[in-house]
Design a protein around this ligand. Structure first.
Ligand code: PLP
Length: 433
């Protein structure tokens, strides 16, 4: 099946009791056992089924199957937020003493997770000086447990060379984990290029309407945990917290995602509510159509900005002179992201006036809504970073990040035009002289 069809149908057939066509919301905490033996088999992971909604829920299970199929993976785990998904994705490979080698261009809170929060648990985030494969390789050592990248960085907009990163990660016996939130599996399927694990904030383009937080981890099933037993003992030695289960032996290709559920979701929670799973499924039904319009509108807005004398720079990877243009062709089939940044002439002050004058485009910190959104990363999402860390992450004081929505593009451009006029009237006059 193709994307459009998977997004609407995967993971659900009208259920046998009521034949409900829409995915039912199973708002239940627990599930009845037929007998003591049935309960025991469920707890031993020997029988398929549900026991308690902190571990699995039928509505969320449909969402998990749908996302797994969109990504071409063997299984998925849906959780409460994208951040919870990232946390589980990291601790599911790294214990005390381990490190994760990452590109520097990350969403601010993920950067904080790797640079401040996980180190308190003995897991170090190591940031390369760029997203180039050589820069990543330099930091990998015997304690590295994964290479990490956002397929399209938020807000830097950089497109990672996934195939090259996967090659390097695999040469050192570690998986490549990618955050595919900004690209979505509609624009890019990282497993086709060797990534092992994909993480999503479903809050963004996949959910698509800015109503619902959610996250997911998807397992490609391709990383050979059993071949790297020394680096990943948690997959290859009996788990005393789960009656001696050996994940790689028992689950084979789904070992990673089963362990994420049985160890982290089970003991730490961060569960997605069934109602939110339902809302996210509704959003996903139209994601393929929406992504087309996001991409098309963004191109027109970027072209408008680039041709405007009031604008200092536009960082849009769909322009042939962008250093990422070849990677946009290779990985995104030419579909540059609708998330991009620009800077207005007049620096910080002009940028703030522009931001404050927007009428249609909403001022907030979110991306991937059907609505067009704008954010000033230096004062919000990337505020916790030093000026140097911000620069490496692609954030300057005047940077405005746009997430172009699916309104009529003329209305979006008109709003930007009127805000530029207020913020920077003299530049246009000077250019006209
Ligand atoms: C690329 C990326 N990953 C993860 C997250 C975190 O997602 P959530 O807000 O659902 O926790 C975000 C949030 O903006 C993001 O942009």
């Amino acid at each position: 099946m193709r994307n459009e069809t998977i997004a609407i149908h995967a993971g659900y057939e009208p259920e046998p009791t009521t034949h409900a066509v829409a995915v039912p919301i199973y708002q239940t905490a627990a599930y009845a056992f037929d007998s003591a033996d049935h309960g025991a088999a469920l707890f031993n992971l020997e029988a398929e089924g549900f026991r308690y909604s902190r571990i699995a829920n039928p509505t969320s299970a449909v969402l998990e199957k749908r996302i797994a199929q969109l990504e071409g993976g063997v299984g998925a785990l849906a959780v409460a937020t994208g951040q919870a998904a990232l946390h589980f994705a990291f601790v599911n490979v790294a214990d005390h003493g381990g490190n994760i080698v990452s590109v520097p261009q990350l969403y601010g809170t993920t950067h904080t997770l790797l640079s401040h929060i996980l180190p308190r648990q003995g897991i170090t985030g190591r940031f390369a000086e760029s997203d180039k494969p050589e820069a990543i390789e330099k930091l990998i050592d015997e304690n590295t447990r994964a290479v990490f990248a956002e397929t399209i960085g938020n807000p830097a907009g950089n497109v990672c060379d996934i195939e090259a990163l996967a090659r390097i990660a695999h040469a050192h016996g570690v998986p490549l984990i990618v955050d595919n939130t900004v690209a979505t599996p509609i624009l890019l399927k990282p497993f086709d290029y060797g990534a092992d694990i994909a993480v999503h904030s479903l809050t963004k383009f996949l959910g698509g309407h800015g109503t619902t937080l959610g996250g997911a981890i998807v397992d490609s099933g391709n990383f050979p945990w059993d071949k790297h037993a020394e680096r990943f003992p948690a997959y290859n030695k009996p788990d005393v917290s789960y009656h001696g289960l050996v994940y790689a032996e028992r689950f084979g290709r789904t070992a990673y995602i089963e362990r994420a559920r049985s160890v982290y979701q089970r003991t730490m929670g961060s569960v997605l509510s069934p109602f939110n799973a339902f809302l996210l499924l509704q959003g996903i039904e139209t994601v393929a159509l929406r992504m087309e319009r996001h991409v098309e509108n963004a191109r027109k807005v970027a072209e408008f900005l680039r041709g405007d004398p009031r604008v200092a720079w536009v960082n849009y990877t769909g322009f042939p002179d962008s250093p990422y243009y070849p990677l946009v062709q290779k990985y995104l089939n030419g579909n540059a992201s609708s998330l991009f940044t620009f800077g207005i002439k007049g620096g910080m002050e002009a940028g703030k006036t522009f931001y404050d004058t927007l009428k249609l485009i909403t001022r907030l910190v979110n991306i991937g809504d059907a609505k067009s959104l704008a954010c000033h990363p230096a004062s919000t999402t990337h505020r916790q970073m030093s000026a140097e860390q911000q620069r490496v992450a692609g954030v300057l004081p005047e940077t405005i990040r746009l997430s172009i929505g699916i309104e009529h593009v003329s209305d979006i451009v008109e709003d930007i035009d009127q805000a530029l006029e207020k913020a920077c009237p003299s530049a246009r006059l000077e250019a006209a002289e």
